[in-house]
Design a protein around this ligand. Sequence first.
Ligand SMILES: NC(=O)c1ccc[n+]([C@@H]2O[C@H](COP(=O)([O-])OP(=O)(O)OC[C@H]3O[C@@H](n4cnc5c(N)ncnc54)[C@H](OP(=O)(O)O)[C@@H]3O)[C@@H](O)[C@H]2O)c1
Length: 244
Amino acid sequence: MLNRIDLNGKLALITGAGGGIGRATAIRLAEAGMKLALSGRDPAKLMKTAALTGRPLDMLCLPADLTTEKGRRDVMHILTGHFKKLDLLVNNAGMALSCPFEEITEAQYDQIMAINAKVPFLLCQQALPLLRRSDCPTIVNIGSVVAHDGYPLQAAYAASKHALLGMTKSLAKEVAAEGIRVHMISPGGVMTDMIRIARPDLDGADMIQPEEIAEQIAFLVEHRGNAVVDEIRLHRPGKEPFGK
Ligand SMILES: NC(=O)c1ccc[n+]([C@@H]2O[C@H](COP(=O)([O-])OP(=O)(O)OC[C@H]3O[C@@H](n4cnc5c(N)ncnc54)[C@H](OP(=O)(O)O)[C@@H]3O)[C@@H](O)[C@H]2O)c1
């Protein structure tokens, strides 16, 4: 039987919620009745997302630059003041960079590693105590196909998403016995501002819609079945591994 979670009244923090995948995710999870903390740098974009959910009063807008220690501290401080627990963390904020390898500056490398790899790492650390109070604790990190392969002009972006994948895999195993699910979704081209700017040459008609990624995130948090975990034995605390 499917172990389906009723998301009504559950709590999520979504980073990068001011547009693209983050906004679509906010709208989808709000439809399911979740209360959301929306993070991004631009307050106007966050307020627009909150309005688009149709339930702006259940949305907590937390504008901050997450690459700064102060920004992360402010977000977590306000979040813990409002939410005594967290059911879902969506690490979605990120940036792309398309640049010849030898032209990537140290500053660009540091910037992309900070928002794509370091910020999710630190937010996972800070969110775990809140997630432990949930009966369906879930983390979804938004990776990319570049986390699994290399592409010309994508060395810094690929390095950051490979780092995110490594963290995700390790954390997933470390907290599995506690019932905390840690996933990564690795989309190809999604029709958002990011790709419109980074790859104006691409035809949007063939791309993934942000609502499709939102649907996958909703599925992962809503379904606690074993089809989406790769080491089922780790999710059965106290029981013998399958096959023994
Ligand atoms: N679009 C694609 O083709 C594609 C494919 C694979 C994976 N992805 C991944 O999907 C995620 C979402 O991207 P998207 O396509 O939806 O692009 P997007 O619309 O540009 O969204 C990126 C979000 O990240 C936020 N952000 C960036 N730097 C930040 C910072 N320092 N502090 C706080 N927030 C910051 C932005 O907030 P502000 O706008 O407020 O600055 C923005 O809302 C990214 O991790 C991206 O790598 C995208």
